[in-house]
Design a protein around this ligand. Structure first.
Ligand code: NDP
Length: 276
């Protein structure tokens, strides 16, 4: 039996264990998948301990993705591009590979949602990305690869958005201050405000002009960002549950020699379960 976990703080809300057990079930595998509450001071030791004592792979969530990138001994190209890691795989002898599947997970779910709304694909769209933390870092490369016409990053600490944009150095990538947000086809909420029970204060007309609003956060009820978007006239509002399952599927494939689970089947099953 292989052992997996997800490191985060907080971590009790994480749905990763259910998702990964559904994936394992699709292939008749019996895996164990736990939640591991960590802290900035303990994170490195917690990861080392997990792999020393039999762990096969781990996910990393808020706020450790950039810390995880510093810790690993090997990285994939997409992790290097992001400078953040959401997936760890033990390579033996204390060696750990870091990957980042967030971006492709987001692109897969956005593509699905755009198709459902009969709104084409990412190519040529303008995007406003709110946040410049570990999650935002992971999605910039795949969004640009998806052909977006303009991607603007806005962050509470503007200097971090500026640094992130400079890191990619791409003509379609820009940053702006939180009080100068441009209209965009797609607005993506990638801050951790929801975990602190806080709300972003945003101009109402941005929602009305957007084709789609997407919150990387997710929960049993619509997030405050999605409430804001819906109340102010955006017709397509989606939380990050689909992204969560899509990025998890890519982590699973990394850990299981390329076995790619049917993520849409798991999204449907878990959504049905949560509404019954
Ligand atoms: P980080 O801790 O790395 O980054 C947090 C970000 O939120 C920073 O940009 C920070 O800005 C901003 N922020 C925090 N508090 C506030 C506030 N009160 N007002 C405005 N901005 C604020 O977190 P991650 O990037 O790893 O995660 C962000 C969110 O995305 C989390 O809710 C996480 O659960 C979600 N997520 C969902 C995924 C999915 O699959 N659906 C995958 C990955 C993440 P500053 O730089 O100024 O501190």
């Amino acid at each position: 039996m292989a052992l997996f976990t997800v490191f985060g703080s907080p971590i009790a809300h994480s749905l990763s264990p259910q998702i990964h057990l559904e994936f394992a079930d699709q292939f008749g595998l019996i895996n164990e998948y736990h939640r591991s509450l960590s802290s900035p001071g303990r994170f490195a030791a917690d990861v080392a301990y997990f792999f020393r004592y039999g762990g096969s792979g781990a996910n990393v969530t808020v706020p450790f993705k950039q810390h995880a990138y510093q810790l690993v001994t090997h990285t994939t190209l997409r992790a290097r591009q992001a400078g953040a890691v959401n997936t760890l795989m033990g390579l033996g002898s204390g060696q750990v590979l870091g990957d980042n599947t967030d971006g492709l997970g987001l692109v897969a779910d956005l593509g699905w949602q755009l198709a459902q709304a009969d709104a084409g694909n990412l190519s040529g769209k303008s995007i406003l990305l709110l946040g410049a933390g570990g999650a935002a870092r992971g999605v910039i490369g795949p969004l640009l690869d998806g052909g977006v016409a303009k991607l603007t990053v806005a962050n509470r600490t503007e200097a971090k958005a500026a640094q992130l944009v400079a890191r990619f150095d791409h003509q379609n990538l820009h940053y702006c201050a939180m009080n100068k947000l441009p209209a965009a086809d797609i607005i993506i909420q990638a801050t951790s405000v929801a975990l602190q029970q806080q709300t972003l204060v945003l101009p109402a007309d941005l929602a009305a002009q957007a084709l789609l609003c997407y919150d990387m956060s997710y929960g049993a009820t619509p997030t405050r960002f999605l409430q804001w978007a819906g109340e102010n006239g955006c017709a397509n509002c989606h939380d990050g549950f689909g992204m969560l399952v899509e990025q998890a599927a890519l982590s699973f494939a990394l850990w299981h020699d390329g076995l790619l689970p049917d993520s849409r089947a798991v999204i449907k099953k878990l959504l049905e379960r949560s509404t019954n």
